[in-house]
Design a protein. Structure first.
Length: 120
């Protein structure tokens, strides 16, 4: 099942704008998906990058970019692909910090989706 179908199945029958987010290394990858009258529209796949994880200026700049993105897109829901917090494939500090910044700036519902559910 593709990420778009997972998002669609979560909000079947509703008019919604969903921001799908995935964290990879120092990147926040995202796509906006909207659904109205049974029609699903996918936006372009974009990314924001966090340059330095230990630089207060870079963290503030990333936070400002996320806040601007959320204000411009005005999603009804944010769907975040869960990051692993334990084990050999666990997320690094950049992904954890970026996820926290998104959560702090979110003015809508946030849903976490497991990687296993997306791959089905």
């Amino acid at each position: 099942m593709t990420p778009a179908l997972v998002l669609e199945s979560l909000f079947f029958g509703m008019k919604m704008k969903i921001l799908g987010i995935e964290f990879k290394s120092k990147e926040m990858r995202y796509i906006i998906t909207s659904k109205e009258n049974g029609e699903v529209a996918l936006g372009s796949y974009e990314r924001l990058t966090l340059s330095e994880t230990r630089s207060p200026e870079d963290l503030k700049a990333f936070s400002t970019a996320v806040e601007t993105l959320l204000t411009e897109l005005q999603p009804d829901t944010i769907a975040i692909k869960q990051i692993l917090d334990k084990g050999p494939m666990s997320a690094g500090p950049a992904a954890i910090k970026m996820e926290a910044i998104v959560l702090l700036n979110a003015k809508c519902d946030v849903t976490f989706i497991s990687p296993q559910k997306i791959k089905k």
